[in-house]
Design a protein around this ligand. Structure first.
Ligand code: UD1
Ligand code: UDP
Length: 380
């Protein structure tokens, strides 16, 4: 009998990181696969599903503009309950640290279903950074039965929290599979982007959306970018702005009037992967971008106070600069003017997060856990 597996995702990053696993499991007849999109995100998620040609079996359509976290959590549990009441699964896979992830793990627990947590064991150790993701992933870790830890350090966190070693598999991060696949596909940028790509001008890529940065921190980030754009009129600053109104209403008033700052809607994943590879460096508070940038040897100045991806810092690609205007400005100027500093974040970087075969490793880990395969070879 195939393992009746369901993959739950709801936001842009969980869909990107689940897509390679979906591809891998649907081609193996030892699995019977269903997918649930909670649609915690709508257009940002649909863009990803289109790129990877995923058609969810269920679409819960829970996104509402300006939905609060308690409302989102409540809506998700009710919507998932309707599916779980009518379907029996052997295995539920959830990814990362979003609210869809944590509620997906919770509903599986209520229905006594085995939960596999993809991207398990990431921790900053600070309850409110990032918010609410640190708690989402900790709670998911408590509920999970199988933990797919990207790296040894993530396994160590889980062991310290009392997880049994035989339930942890070190696999790498599927985002490397996803970005390698996306960056090989042809892309069709908008005219605005096409003309920027055609010039020899350096591109500084920006993303910032985290809840703990709303308000003053995001204002500081924008002011630093504004100063940089004035100091370097020949650079192109490209910022695909997250669709959350709480983000947009801070970013647009500060940055929309400068000629070398392009504020655009979120990009589809293929275009975005090409933009990473064409950029000179990146300013971001994203989780996933810390794992993608090393593939292209692109320096990232991380606009956060903490990171759960210390290996990105250790491999040289990421520097934690926080959200002080001066610190962001000074580090960006250093990347522009100090070749040695730039090279230290670029030339010798090797991506520690994976090799493009991570989803295959996760499939093998599941087979091992269900007693179907004897061997599992971990990522190191
Ligand atoms: C969520 C995740 C965060 C992840 C981020 C990735 C939670 C609590 N947060 O944050 O971990 O880093 O996704 O992007 O799970 N919106 C749209 N269209 C979209 C997507 C969002 O209009 O396609 C707007 C809506 O007004 C929505 C708001 O953005 O209410 C916030 O979305 P939500 O999923 O609650 O949080 P994010 O900040 O996107
Ligand atoms: N991304 C994208 N289009 C964009 C901006 C980001 O496809 O315009 C991708 C990016 O490559 C990464 C993921 O979205 O894989 C990160 O999403 P986000 O920063 O929203 O979430 P986080 O990783 O911080 O949870």
């Amino acid at each position: 009998m195939p393992i009746k597996t369901v993959v739950i995702f709801g936001t842009r990053p969980d869909a990107i990181k689940m897509a390679p696993i979906i591809r891998c499991l649907e081609q193996d007849d030892r699995f019977s696969l269903k997918t649930i999109s909670t649609a915690q995100h709508r257009s940002m998620l649909d863009d990803v599903l289109k790129v990877f040609n995923i058609k969810p079996d269920y679409d819960l359509n829970v996104m509402k503009a300006r939905q609060t976290l308690p409302q989102l959590t409540g809506n998700l549990i009710y919507a998932l309950d309707k599916i779980f009441a009518n379907e029996g699964f052997d295995l539920v896979l959830v990814q990362g640290d979003t609210t869809s992830t944590f509620v997906g793990a919770l509903i599986s627990f209520y229905y006594h279903t085995v939960v596999g947590h993809v991207e398990a064991g990431l921790r900053t150790g600070d309850k409110y950074h990032p918010f609410p993701e640190e708690m989402n992933r900790k709670i998911t870790g408590v509920l999970a039965d199988i933990h797919f830890a990207p790296l040894q350090s993530n396994k160590e966190y889980l062991l310290r929290e009392g997880v049994s070693e035989e339930d942890i598999y070190v696999t790498g991060n599927t985002v490397v599979d996803a970005i390698l696949a996306a960056s090989k596909k042809p892309f069709f940028p908008s005219n605005e982007l096409k003309s920027i790509f055609k010039t020899n001008r350096k591109i500084i890529l920006i993303t910032a959306h985290r809840r703990e940065n709303w308000g003053k921190p995001l204002e500081n980030i924008c002011k630093a970018i504004s100063l940089l754009a004035r100091r370097y009129p020949d650079l192109e600053f490209v910022y695909p702005v997250h669709l959350n109104p709480a983000v947009r209403e801070i970013v647009f008033p500060i940055l929309s009037s400068q000629p070398n700052i392009l504020l655009i809607s979120p990009l589809d994943y293929i275009t975005f992967s090409h933009l990473i590879s064409r950029s000179f460096f990146i300013l971001s508070d994203s989780g996933g971008i810390q794992e993608e940038a090393p593939t292209f040897k692109k320096p990232v100045l991380l606009l956060r106070e903490t990171t759960e991806r210390q290996e990105a810092v250790k491999c040289g690609s990421v520097k934690l600069v926080g959200t002080s205007k001066d610190k962001i400005y000074e580090n960006a100027v250093k990347l522009m003017e100090d070749r040695k500093f730039y090279d230290s974040m670029s030339v010798n970087v090797r991506n520690p997060f994976g090799d493009g075969k991570v989803s295959e490793r996760i499939k093998n880990a599941i087979l091992h856990h269900f007693g179907i395969a004897n061997e599992f070879e971990e990522w190191n």
